[in-house]
Design a protein around this ligand. Structure first.
Ligand code: NIG
Ligand code: FE
Length: 419
């Protein structure tokens, strides 16, 4: 199929964009993209492409922007229940950590997620995944982490695998058994760390290897390295053991306190370090010297009504590969929209629309180790395409609160969204 007459095709061709190279969209004015089944075959100017591929099925983009599907590299999309009451408490002055220490926060979602059947968990999650897809996200990372025991963590991963198989949104799984210390280990984070290392990670590996052959890639292992969650030493233990077991790694670092988790991620060759609000200069330099992607989550401070965001310019000065994600979760950021994350990144990270788009496509793909398959419109890559109801890419970022997706194409399948 030939998609032609795009006002702009944003190819994003090339490697992940490091430091101030961020924002290279590779624009083809009046462009076209040729798809063959699940794969992108060619990109180029409409006039040439229409002449060469006149016999192909034609799709008239009619002056709209055509770009890679958005990639959301950090979500906690699977959970049961909600925490709307906590939102109200926060607005009335309680902090996220105060609520967490009083038995609310992550552990309250854990109670509800443990109680839910696999079927209920999938049903609650499905509507959110539909919301993400309709807003142009074609691939999303999804974490476990509301189980905090082996059985429920595996139930969450089972939900992720089954929802991925349902499609169309492609899901990349992450094990986040070290998301919080569960109530039964309160004040005993070291023993819970032992459980994660000695029981959960080996059980996960066994379980994973008995899944159907389609998911032979191991999931990521992530840790919430933060005061009140896991110390740097505990995070190191978990990630080192995960690495010995060949799991690829991620970390939550510097959301509230700087514990040097980002340097740990760089040292261990993690795919990404995420949040990065209060990161030290040394940590930024370590990330910039590594291939570990710096993932900023602007919906989180926005959701918490806090004023501090990732100092993106400093990360770019340090030559980091910067990506953005929604962090979609029931506590801090129930946001299904990468379009909204882009709008926030433009305002609070001071990224230009072009930089935010690169951070939400090719660099986001790198954060989940998929930049060889998705994140750009490049011959040989997966046919994941977003057509915007807009004539200029800068409408992403500029506009917010409405959905700019006109058509979403996933692995060559066309899903009309709206005019
Ligand atoms: O990334 N920081 C830790 N985890 C989530 C919040 C999860 C929750 O509150 O349920 C985050 O912000
Ligand atoms: Fe998170």
């Amino acid at each position: 199929m030939l998609i032609h007459s795009a006002s702009q095709v944003l190819t994003l061709i090339g490697p992940p964009q490091r430091g101030h190279a961020l924002g290279e969209l590779g624009i083809i004015e009046d462009g076209a993209v040729l798809l063959d089944g699940e794969t992108i075959v060619a990109v180029g100017p409409s006039r040439e492409m229409r002449a060469i591929y006149a016999d192909e099925e034609q799709f008239d983009a009619a002056g709209r922007v055509v770009m890679p599907g958005l990639v959301d590299p950090h979500t906690h999309a699977v959970w049961a229940g909600d925490r709307s009451a906590e939102f109200e408490m926060r607005i009335q002055g309680k902090s996220y950590m105060e609520i967490m220490n009083a038995g609310g926060g992550i552990v309250s979602t854990v109670r509800q997620t443990r109680a839910a059947s696999l079927k209920e968990l999938k049903a609650q999650t499905r509507s959110r995944l539909v919301g993400m897809f309709e807003q142009g996200t074609t691939t999303a990372e999804v974490k476990s982490g509301y189980g905090l025991n082996t059985e429920t963590e595996l139930k969450m991963l089972q939900a992720i695998l089954e929802l991925d198989a349902e499609g169309p949104l492609e899901l990349i799984p992450t094990f986040l058994g070290a998301h919080a210390v569960p109530a039964e280990y309160k004040d005993n984070a070291d023993s819970y760390t032992d459980l994660v290392c000695n029981e959960m990670l080996p059980a996960l590996k066994d379980w994973w290897q008995n899944q159907p052959a389609t998911c032979n890639l191991l999931p990521f292992v992530d840790v919430f390295c933060e005061t009140g969650a896991f110390t740097l030493a505990q995070s190191r233990r978990i990630l080192e053991i995960a690495r010995e077991l060949s799991f690829p790694l991620k970390i939550h670092a510097d959301e509230f306190d700087n514990l040097n988790g980002a340097s740990l991620a760089a040292e261990l060759g993690a795919a990404s370090a995420d949040h990065l609000v209060v990161t030290s200069l040394d940590d930024m330099v370590a990330l910039g010297k590594s291939d570990t992607v710096a993932v900023s989550l602007p919906c989180t401070p926005f959701g918490l009504a806090e004023g501090h965001y990732t100092p993106a310019k400093d990360f770019l000065d340090a030559n980091c590969i910067l990506a953005i994600a929604t962090d979609m979760n029931p506590g801090t950021a129930w946001c299904e929209s990468m379009q909204f994350a882009i709008a926030l990144a433009c305002r609070y990270l001071r990224l230009t629309p072009a930089q935010a788009i690169a951070a939400a496509t090719i660099n986001a793909a790198a954060a989940i180790g998929k930049d060889d398959k998705i994140g750009s419109l490049e011959p040989g890559k997966q046919a994941d395409v977003l057509i915007l109801n807009a004539p200029d890419y800068r409408h992403l970022g500029y506009r917010f609160g409405s959905n700019l997706a006109h058509t979403v194409i996933k692995k060559g399948h066309i899903y009309p969204i709206g005019d």
